[in-house]
Design a binder for this molecule. Structure first.
Ligand code: AMP
Length: 506
């Protein structure tokens, strides 16, 4: 029996597909579940006619629109691996991805076609089609001309459904190979954990080139036969206006901090929403508390990554504890080990987080050695995240392994220092990094965003010295207007490290 992700979509299809909305756009255009089946079928047929064979890759760098979702499902139905690329990538970066992935087709925005054509040529890719933000272009035209009654290519659970390149905040991007079983199992588990039903309406304001918007949000809706309101970008006012018509919102922490700045965010405005989910970057405990005070809702924080889909979630019914990413999802095992010896650590001890389960990817595309290095012999994947599991079983993330600072031989977890700085009056947020230091190896350094009534560098250091062991105290505190972030709202510590690399050298 085929175990394609689309078999799950069919099995969970609403009883009356033509009467049930799958996607509604901001301009009020509705696409039903019947439209989804027809349009994804047309894309599958168009892809096959363009020479895309089962097992091939279909690379896509286009603006968000419902057509991208139909193209994604069309690729899956044609047995190909869908490979979405961040819309911010330049032609030079795209050339790397195309050379590495060798897709049989590349779909880009028509406005970039010229630059992308030379990048594609350099990568040896000859088939290019286009799709713009309104869902038009030569790829859409190919689908217009194709039959809609495509017979899905049968797939095993272990066959590839997608390749997502890691966001590369540390080192070069790697292609994570995600199977039909990875995506289907996570969609079902999340839909159950978060109690999604056919009458749910999700506000979808995330990009669809990333695991959060494409898999967590879209696949959960598909697995529930529910609806989503598709927004091209995050706009706090627009979202507030839509809340009375929706039941759920999934976002990165920046969504929540920016919504909190809106005076219209009240209990009344959020009354119909039953679930606010946050992930992809740490949600400050402060934001969690403020949100609860303003709206009466406890944001549900979850943790995952491109390679693993989602691993943990705060409970739907039990306590949603601020500053934690919750409990392992059903079927997922999470453990914390000593990064040096690999020994399993007891509750509350900080170490490397490792995970295993049907959600965990198959490996890195054409990087067997890198894949082997990141899996343990018993099948656990080394996430690269440092954290601990508390006695109640809740997982806490303290930072990325690469962000760990070693100063004078002592380990400093940036999160611990950031928490102390963030608690100071007038501080909005902070990022703690290690910079090359001739004496200590790395010097603990804080980059702080603060209001002008916040204490200055000297005063802050005096306060911190009372709260933190001396080796954890920053050697310098630098002030900035904001912190560099990637598209998912993650602070780019690598950018900060590069910018300030010379701080202790002079
Ligand atoms: P990505 O592959 O772009 O989704 O990034 C995955 C990384 O984001 C994880 O390895 C974590 O470092 C981080 N991350 C995701 N969710 C959370 C969360 N709820 N809290 C803290 N870090 C998170």
């Amino acid at each position: 029996m085929s175990q394609s992700l689309f078999d799950l979509v069919r099995a969970r299809m609403p009883a009356e597909p033509s009467a049930k909305t799958f996607i509604e756009t901001a301009d009020g255009h509705r696409h039903s579940y019947a439209d989804l089946v027809a349009r994804s079928g047309a894309y599958a047929a168009a892809l096959a006619a363009l020479g895309v064979k089962p097992g091939d890759r279909v690379a896509v760098q286009v603006e968000k629109s419902p057509e991208v979702v139909f193209l994604y499902l069309g690729a899956v139905r044609a047995g190909a691996a869908f490979l979405p690329l961040n819309t911010a990538y330049t032609a030079t970066e795209i050339e790397y991805f195309l050379s590495d992935a060798q897709p049989s087709l590349f779909v880009c925005d028509p406005s970039k076609q010229e630059a992308m054509a030379s990048a594609s040529k350099a990568a040896g890719i000859t088939e290019i089609r286009t799709l713009d933000a309104s869902g038009r272009g030569s790829m859409a035209e190919a689908a217009d001309a194709a039959p809609t009654n495509f017979v899905d290519v049968s797939r095993g659970g272990d066959d590839l459904a997608a390749i997502l390149y890691t966001s590369g905040t540390t080192g070069r991007s790697k292609g994570a190979m995600l199977t039909h079983a990875n995506l289907a199992s996570n969609a079902v588990t999340l839909a159950e954990t978060w109690r999604f039903r056919a009458d749910d309406v999700l506000i979808h304001a995330l990009p669809v080139f990333h695991t959060h918007g494409l898999f967590v949000a879209t696949n959960v809706i598909l697995a529930s036969g529910a609806s989503m309101i598709f927004l091209p970008r995050f706009d706090p006012k627009e979202i507030l206006g839509l809340m009375p018509r929706a039941t759920a919102l999934m976002g990165v922490p920046t969504f929540y901090t920016r919504l909190l700045k809106e005076p219209g965010l009240t209990q009344e405005a959020t009354r119909r929403i039953r679930l606010f989910v946050s992930g992809s970057a740490p949600l400050l405990a402060e934001t969690h508390r403020e949100w609860q005070a303003r709206t009466g809702h406890a944001i549900l924080e979850r943790y995952g990554m491109t390679e693993t889909n989602m691993n943990t979630s705060n409970p739907y019914d039990g306590a949603r504890i601020a500053g934690t990413v919750g409990l392992p999802l059903a079927g997922v095992s999470v453990r914390v080990v000593d990064p040096e010896t690999g020994a399993h650590l007891p509750a509350d001890a900080v170490g490397m987080i490792e995970v295993k389960g049907p959600n965990v990817f198959k490996g890195y595309w054409r990087m067997p050695e890198k894949t082997a290095a990141e899996f343990k012999t018993d099948g656990f994947f080394i996430t690269g995240d440092l954290g601990k599991i508390d006695p109640q079983g809740y997982v806490h993330i303290v930072g990325r392994g690469k962000d760990l600072i070693i100063t004078g031989g002592y380990n400093v977890y940036p999160k611990e220092v950031e928490n102390e700085i963030d608690a100071l009056p007038g501080v909005i947020e902070s990022a703690v990094i290690g910079l090359p230091h001739s004496d200590f190896g790395e010097g603990v350094t804080a980059v702080v965003v603060a209001r002008h009534d916040a204490p200055g560098e000297k005063e802050m250091l005096t306060i911190l010295e009372e709260r933190l062991a001396r080796f954890k105290c920053p050697k310098r505190i630098l002030f900035a207007d904001d912190l560099p972030r990637n598209a998912m709202g993650k602070v780019q510590k690598n950018v900060l490290r590069e910018t300030h690399a010379e701080l202790y050298r002079s």
